[in-house]
Design a protein around this ligand. Structure first.
Ligand SMILES: O=C(O)CCC(=O)C(=O)O
Length: 292
């Protein structure tokens, strides 16, 4: 399904954008499902396995900023995770044997939707090899103003960067940023209905939403069936490790990678990327970690 040029772009830059990937029906179904789940979260605004609620802001009700495990919360969202065209796209990048890893919906509401600090996905869930990709499906136009994805092209070749500070996994790259050419970071502005795919080592981030429009994305992460996770799965998701295409014959493929295991997972506590990054910002007294 991908052209040779698209594949080459992905392997050169560590990401790829495909505008107009979703059909109008798929986009409408995702939006309707997400709207319903957000309404459900609003009726019981407590942190649960299903939702991550943002910190209260003066004069505003708490807002859900992440929906965990969307594929098991709504069949319309599960259908996207299992969609044959999505798997064709993933197969073109990581091969024919594909497992589901995890999913989430990130919701950046107008005027303040939270930033995501610079990070590599693989630092959160170390695996024996690097054949993992994240597909982001856009419910809204993503622009610089509403906090589109920012990527550093080619950063998937830098190896695993340090996501620790003061001995704690903070879910963000800080010290190592000094040696990263952040001036080369690219804003991935795409219209609603697009998909972007990024490699598990691509350094990426996004700024807070400064606009009056939402920026909502459905994200599914897939892995090659011979990539074995090196920390326990804490998502407890029904789809975790599910073989979606090809076969799993017990083979595990290992690349030489040195990791520091993320302590928040080792400690058996489910903490969102937002919690980890915000705790670090509070400790350091800084408002943002997204330098460009
Ligand atoms: O929502 C975004 O802009 C970035 C998403 C991301 O990197 C993540 O949730 O791991």
């Amino acid at each position: 399904m991908l052209t040779p040029e698209q594949r080459e772009f992905f392997w050169t830059n560590g990401y790829l954008a495909i505008p107009g990937f979703l059909s109008a029906e798929q986009l409408a179904a995702i939006r309707a499902a997400v709207d319903e789940l957000v309404a459900l979260a609003g009726s019981s605004p407590e942190r649960s396995r299903a939702f991550d609620i943002g910190p209260p802001k003066p004069g505003a009700p708490p807002q859900v900023r992440r929906i965990f495990n969307p594929a098991e919360q709504d069949p319309r969202l599960e259908a996207i995770a299992l969609d044959e065209r999505v798997l064709d796209l993933v197969e073109d990048l990581i091969g024919p044997n594909i497992e589901f890893h995890h999913g989430k919906v990130n919701l950046k509401w107008p005027h303040g939707g939270a930033e995501v600090a610079w990070h590599q996905d693989l630092a959160f869930f170390p695996h024996t090899n690097t054949d993992l990709v994240a597909c982001m499906f856009y419910l809204d136009d993503a622009t610089r103003e509403n906090g589109c994805l920012l990527v550093v092209p080619g950063s998937h070749r830098l190896g695993v960067l340090d996501h620790f500070a003061d001995g704690q996994f903070i879910g963000a790259v800080t010290q190592d940023l000094q040696r990263i050419p952040l001036e080369k970071a690219v804003p991935v502005e795409v219209p609603a209905g697009s998909v972007t795919v990024h490699h598990c080592l691509t350094l990426h981030a996004s700024e807070e939403n400064r606009s009056d429009k939402p920026r909502r994305v459905l994200i599914y992460q897939y892995r090659a069936a011979d990539a074995m996770q090196l920390v326990p799965d804490r998502s407890k998701a029904r789809h975790y490790g599910m073989l979606l295409r090809g076969r799993q014959d017990g083979t595990v493929r290992c690349e030489t990678i040195t990791y520091r295991l993320p302590t928040h997972l080792v400690e058996d506590r489910l903490r969102s990327l937002y919690d980890l990054q915000e705790e670090f910002k509070r400790k350091r007294g800084v408002d943002t970690l997204v330098k460009t």
